[in-house]
Design a binder for this molecule. Sequence first.
Ligand SMILES: [Zn+2]
Length: 114
Amino acid sequence: MQKSEKQHEQRTELLQQIQALAQVAIFGNATESYRTCGNPGCRCHREGPKHGPHLYISFHSEKGTRNTYVPKAAQQTVRDGLEAWKQLQIRLHELAEMNKKHALDSARQQDDEP
Ligand SMILES: [Zn+2]
């Protein structure tokens, strides 16, 4: 296989991964907390354990840190989404690196021409 063909294939694969990740990515940090409940007789007010983990998505905005409670039924989707966001950043860096290399390589070839 030609070198450029292989690069093209890698790039296509990368773009497909980015598209798939972008469709499910969720931005923020997962925060888990354990809480006491409203029942004073409950074990959580004495020896524990407390209730949880309760999952929150937190992110920093101009108004400070915002926490969004994640209902139990959405926890797995949200965890997958947050992980997808991280993977997306890694893939985007790879793509940007390829773009830079491509831009520099083609410019160097032009420089070689008389
Ligand atoms: Zn309790």
